[in-house]
Design a protein around this ligand. Structure first.
Ligand code: 4NP
Length: 152
């Protein structure tokens, strides 16, 4: 079982989108039984108010016909670093914040999603840009490249 945790700042826009996009790609490739997939935040404010997936991400997932369930924001913990095989961040700030919370990446588990692609870059936060389609395109590109990298 390969355990994957997608991480962003708030865990209500990009990382849940990545979680459900990746789950669908994995299903399409007949690899569902090989993966455990979840997502988490670097901040705790959405956990404190028990925030679910932001409606912009829900609308995007519905438009793209990607199945999802409700997911409530939670902050990444030290034990997540031990448990998961891959901690997949959306941007540079996430990488810095993850290390502040879970310690140095001594097992080289933490990666930026688009670092698996030919054009390594951050995924812009649609919470600020309002552009959920752009985040989705980047996430699809990154998830496919990540799965190719795992090479099952
Ligand atoms: P995310 O976007 O990191 O892609 O989930 C954000 C969602 C909420 C907030 C910031 C970023 N916020 O400030 O509540």
């Amino acid at each position: 079982m390969i355990k994957v945790l997608f991480v962003c700042l708030g865990n209500i826009c990009r990382s849940p989108m990545a979680q459900f996009v990746f789950r669908q790609i994995v299903e399409e490739r007949g690899l569902s039984n090989n993966f455990e997939i979840d997502s988490a935040a670097t901040e705790s404010y959405n956990e404190m108010c028990h925030a679910g997936i932001y409606y912009g991400t829900k609308e995007l997932l519905k438009t793209k016909r990607i199945p999802f369930e409700e997911h409530y924001s939670r902050q990444i913990r030290k034990r997540d670093y031990e448990y998961y095989d891959y901690i997949i961040a959306m941007d540079d700030n996430n990488i810095r914040d993850i290390q502040a919370l879970t310690g140095p990446d001594i097992k080289h588990k933490t990666h930026r999603l688009l670092d698996f692609t030919a054009q390594p870059r951050n995924i812009k936060d649609p919470w600020y840009t309002g552009n959920f389609e752009e985040a989705y395109q980047d996430i699809v590109e990154g998830c496919n490249a990540f799965l190719d990298y795992i090479n099952l």
